[in-house]
Write a protein that binds this ligand. Structure first.
Ligand SMILES: Cc1cc2nc3c(=O)[nH]c(=O)nc-3n(C[C@H](O)[C@H](O)[C@H](O)COP(=O)(O)OP(=O)(O)OC[C@H]3O[C@@H](n4cnc5c(N)ncnc54)[C@H](O)[C@@H]3O)c2cc1C
Length: 272
């Protein structure tokens, strides 16, 4: 169907974003390709360095999966902020990534951890980094005839790893004004051996700060080092303004929330 009608067809997964967009006439596809009954798109598999989730996995199932939460804790932490129990019962992991809202939680986790996105069409499959896949607000590099098939979430093997996710929204369940995620690994002396930091709602796509996070490696994650990292990250944001928040306020939130997740991740890592 996608190969034949790609330009005028749309995949429908949980329908939690597509149906509202159709109701508002923002999208008017001639064909809907319903992937809900494709069992091959519903799985969780743990490999050595990454966890694979099928694109059509319901968000609630991923959220409740204890094995996944142990390997990629940010998934459960982020999903707690995605909409409501009712929307997570229906919404899928792949749908959230394909929808590519710049404030959405799962694209932020994918971008910040460096997840791989597997796309399939009748011509074959290709694998992209989340950063290549997410190209702008509500836009991805997927072609109209491609279906998102699965996502590979990196698993950190470091024993002392901690992660944290937080956001500010008008009401819990609303899209974030700004969201922040961090993951840190430390050695037995508390020295940082690996770091990742990301911000959502702070630009047209979720942002990952690999260079800024790398500067934390080798430090003891003192408050000053964390504040500097948070401040540097917020300077690299390019948030929009709307009736909820100005650009300056979003940038302020970016700094405060980045500091908050880094400190929380540090404490969790040291407790391991
Ligand atoms: C009240 C409410 C609150 C919400 N709050 C949040 C929130 O706080 N954070 C958040 O991130 N989301 C939120 N959402 C959106 C929700 O997370 C959606 O589930 C998600 O954005 C889309 O997933 P879906 O499976 O419902 O996809 P659908 O709505 O079915 O599809 C969304 C888009 O992705 C495409 N698509 C879906 N699956 C595939 C695939 N496998 N391959 C290719 N294209 C595909 C569709 O063609 C469509 O363009 C909210 C939704 C509602 C209704």
């Amino acid at each position: 169907m996608l190969a034949t009608h790609g330009d005028s067809a749309r995949v429908i997964a949980g329908g939690q974003s597509l149906v509202p967009m159709m109701a508002m006439r923002l999208l008017r596809p001639a064909f809907l390709v319903d992937i809900n009954e494709i069992t091959a798109l519903k799985f969780v598999k743990i490999e050595k360095d990454f966890a694979r989730t099928g694109a059509c996995m319901r968000q609630c199932v991923v959220e409740r999966d204890d094995t996944l939460a142990a390997r990629v804790p940010l998934l459960r932490q982020a999903l707690a902020w995605v909409g409501h129990v009712q929307t997570r019962n229906r919404g899928t992991v792949g749908g959230s990534l394909a929808h590519a809202d710049p404030s959405a939680e799962l694209p932020l986790v994918a971008r910040m951890l460096g997840a791989k996105i597997v796309l399939r069409s009748s011509k074959g499959s290709r694998t992209l980094d989340a950063g290549q896949f997410l190209t702008g607000p509500m836009s991805t590099s997927a072609q109209p005839d491609e279906c998102l098939e699965e996502i590979h979430w990196p698993v950190w093997s470091e024993k002392r790893t901690g992660s944290a996710f937080t956001e500010i929204a008008i009401r819990h369940g609303d899209f974030a004004m700004v969201a922040a995620a961090a993951q840190l690994a430390v050695d037995e002396s508390g020295r940082c051996t690996r770091a990742a930091l990301g911000l959502g709602g702070a630009a047209g796509t979720p942002l990952a700060f690999a260079e800024i996070a790398a500067r934390l490696v080798g430090t003891k994650l003192e408050d000053k080092a964390i504040e500097d990292a948070a401040s540097d990250a917020s300077k690299e944001t390019d948030p929009g303004a709307d009736l909820h928040a100005t650009k300056e306020y979003r940038r302020h939130l970016a700094r405060v929330l980045a500091g908050r997740v880094l400190r929380e991740a540090r404490e969790k890592a040291k407790l391991q």
